[in-house]
Design a protein around this ligand. Structure first.
Ligand code: ADP
Ligand code: ADP
Ligand code: MG
Length: 682
């Protein structure tokens, strides 16, 4: 076994690898960009070497600097994690040339599986079933379109060099083919430096089921069962589970053997994942009709490997290290077993209500349920950030992975829901509340799975929070009262400020009144609180028909946030509240919500001078400008394409007008809120 390894990655996967290395008594070297000087993965390793500036191409993608760091620290092997250089055969070869062990497959196996089109030709020869499609070398648009006709719409155009859900377009109608092809090629060239595409039939009611495989250098190869990653947005995984619900044992075995055959066909060594797309031609209740097709092989450890660890009790990073050190696989196929059920949720900095646009910001609050880290348990959280850390635009948007297991799927689901309810994040837009809705949806609970689940369940998954405005206001008012007494009491004793004397409070007949103004979504919600002579409170929320009034009772416990028990309007509720400026973040067993306390004076004139400016919704890079200065544009027309955090986003015109000028050019990096162009109103 190795004495010292270098971990050529950052974030949770770097911390994950370090945890196993530590357990095995292996010393670790971290590499980091100067944006990550204080990151958790640096502290998690025994030594650390700075390899450049924030942008990945200046640090985590600089193979030669990583090799220098390994030589300088005396590391014997390099673990690439996932992303970055993990599937770069040039880097794997450079490691070997430098006398270092690359903890991954041989360069030739990476190369064989690196391009989807080429890997499909190899798999075809190995007898692995393929999705009907075209993966030829001829890239003439007319040929591609003719192939699409032959395959039959809907089709999926994919970047052959693609990954991470990027460079993929579904086309339903021949009329939309050319435009989709151009977009796909542009994204492929921009992101992967290779415009080649392939075309596949768009499988109906598709499920993404992948097989974890492992091979050693002694000719042994096994499969560690499957993971179902059907719940996706933008072709990217959101929830992953194992085993795949309803998968017949006979099909599992056939898929497992096909995956092992795929690995053997390319001389694979180490951990890998063979991804299959599974068709459900007769619907969710007929698993016997399921058919599987090879999609691609990921020649690395996968983000969702912990669900396999949870059902097998194995440490896959330990297996990787043993195999890389030349040991045989620890278990044979006949010795491998799984039990129970595990689900992983990817916690991402993003905005589900705005097309899942990635978000950045500081984790002002980051509170987790009781959990383990990097090791199998009923509730496990793998992350590489701490409260106070920044989710920056330089790297991807995953904050953490929450992995639960149970004896049954129902138990795992219940644990996931409870853990998500106790995961409190403030400061960065995130998908925690959205994930809870998915987990609680009928479709997911009953495992009616396919990759369109999120789209199909739109009505239940998006929209206003489950919490009612009056209840939220009652919690917010209780929070205000709870957080005041110390200050108010002290102030009163010194003849100072008393909130009940503020401009929004007044007294009558021994009762005292206060007015509050909140904003709930886009709606203003006024509230009036009365402190009665007996010291109890009466709250009236809203106006007119929608008004709701009654006694308000509360108990409060200060902590990182305020834990409150509130009774109002006939309901009792527990909530944790964190104040972030004017925003109150409420976390309750029924869901989370944000209520804004409105200070009218502070916002006078906010909306002036907004018109005619178009700003970047997030930090990123300008990919294309679609209109020229002087062009007349219509509301909703696409103006520019921005790329950020592994995705492309189209900026559209907010109103009719004329493009006055562009302030950036294609290729320019822009910060969130940067003005991109000026539009003169029509
Ligand atoms: P999976 O392993 O489930 O197939 P992806 O294919 O989306 O996941 O990519 C693997 C992971 O690699 C991503 O989730 C991300 O964390 C990381 N990654 C990929 N590209 C980059 C990048 N350019 N910068 C940082 N991280 C990246
Ligand atoms: P990537 O390299 O970006 O991971 P994949 O080829 O693995 O690309 O596909 C990503 C996702 O796109 C799959 O998980 C699946 O949801 C969807 N997908 C891919 N191919 C098809 C297909 N032929 N029909 C329907 N959906 C597909
Ligand atoms: Mg894939």
């Amino acid at each position: 076994m190795f004495d010292k390894i270098l971990i050529a990655n950052r974030g949770e996967i770097a911390c994950r690898v370090a945890a196993t290395a530590r357990r095995l008594g292996i010393r670790t070297v971290a590499v980091y960009s100067d944006a990550d000087a204080h990151a958790r993965h640096v502290a998690a390793c025994d030594e650390a070497v700075c390899i450049g500036t924030a942008a990945p191409q200046d640090s985590y993608l600089r193979g030669e600097r990583i090799l220098d760091a390994a030589r300088a620290t005396g590391a014997q092997a390099i673990h690439p994690g996932y992303g970055f250089l993990s599937e770069n055969e040039g880097f794997a070869q450079a490691c070997a040339d430098a006398g270092l062990v690359f903890i991954g497959p041989p360069p030739a196996a990476i190369a064989a599986m690196g391009l989807k089109a080429q890997s499909k030709r190899l798999m075809e020869a190995a007898g692995v079933p393929l999705v009907p499609g075209y993966h030829g070398a001829d890239q003439d648009p007319r040929v591609l379109k003719a192939e699409a006709e032959r395959i039959g719409y809907p089709v999926l155009i994919k970047a052959s060099a693609g990954g991470g859900g990027k460079g993929m377009r579904r086309v339903d109608d021949p009329a939309a083919f050319e435009e989709a092809l151009a977009a796909c090629q542009r994204e492929a060239l921009g992101s992967f430096g290779d415009a080649a595409v392939l075309i596949e039939k768009y499988v109906q009611r598709p499920r993404h089921i992948e097989i974890q495989i492992f091979a050693d250098a002694h000719g042994n190869a096994v499969y560690l069962f499957e993971r179902d990653c059907s719940v996706q947005r933008r072709h990217q995984k959101v929830l992953e589970e194992a085993p795949a619900p309803g998968l017949p044992a006979e099909l599992r075995e056939r898929m497992g053997l096909a995956a092992v055959a795929a690995a053997r066909a390319v001389g694979y060594v180490g951990a890998g994942t063979v991804e299959f797309i599974v068709e459900q031609p007769l619907g969710y209740d007929h698993p016997e009709a399921m058919r599987f097709y090879f999609m691609e092989m990921n020649t690395r450890l996968q983000v969702e490997h912990p669900v396999t660890e949870a059902i097998t009790g194995l440490d896959l990073v330990e297996w990787q290290l043993r195999v890389a050190a030349g040991e045989p696989l620890p278990l044979s196929q006949g010795e491998l077993r799984f039990r129970g059920h595990a689900i992983e949720a990817r916690i991402c900095a993003e905005n589900p209500d705005n097309q899942f646009l990635p978000a950045t910001g500081r984790l002002h609050v980051y509170r987790k349920p009781a959990c383990s880290a990097f090791t199998v348990a009923d509730v496990r959280i793998d992350d590489g950030v701490d409260e106070g850390d920044v989710i920056s635009p330089h790297y991807d948007s995953m904050i953490a992975k929450l992995i639960v297991r149970g004896d049954t799927r129902a138990q795992a689901l219940a644990r996931l829901d409870a853990a998500l309810a106790q995961l409190h994040i403030v400061g960065v837009a995130n998908n925690v509340a959205f994930l809870r809705r998915v987990v609680r949806s009928d479709a997911f609970a009953h495992a009616r799975l396919d990759t369109a689940l999120i789209e199909r369940e739109r009505a239940a998954l998006f929209g206003p929070p489950a919490l009612h405005a009056p209840t939220a206001v009652a919690v917010a008012v209780a929070h205000t009262l709870a957080s005041e007494p110390a200050a108010a009491g002290a102030a009163a004793a010194h003849g100072g400020h008393d909130p009940w004397d503020a401009r929004d409070g007044f007294a009558s007949h021994g009762e005292r009144h206060r007015h509050f103004a909140f904003r709930w979504g886009d709606d203003p919600v006024p509230a009036r609180l009365t402190r009665r002579r007996d010291g109890t409170y009466w709250l009236a929320v809203g106006e007119g028909e929608a008004a709701c009034a009654g006694p308000l009772y509360w108990r409060a416990d200060p902590g990182g946030g305020w834990a409150l028990g509130v009774t109002f309007g006939g309901a009792s509720l527990r909530a944790t509240v964190y104040a972030e400026g004017e925003r109150l973040h409420l976390f309750t067993p029924d869901g989370a919500a944000v209520l804004v306390t409105v200070d009218e004076l502070a916002h006078a004139g906010d909306h002036a001078a907004e018109g005619g400016r178009l700003t970047a919704p997030m930090p990123g890079k300008v990919v294309a400008l679609l209109v020229q200065p002087g062009a007349a544009v219509k509301k909703g027309q696409a103006l520019a394409v921005l790329e950020a955090m592994k995705m492309e986003h189209t900026i559209t015109a907010p109103a009719d007008g004329t493009v006055a000028e562009w302030l950036y050019a294609p290729g320019d990096a822009v910060l969130e809120g940067a003005e991109l162009l000026r539009l003169s109103p029509a």
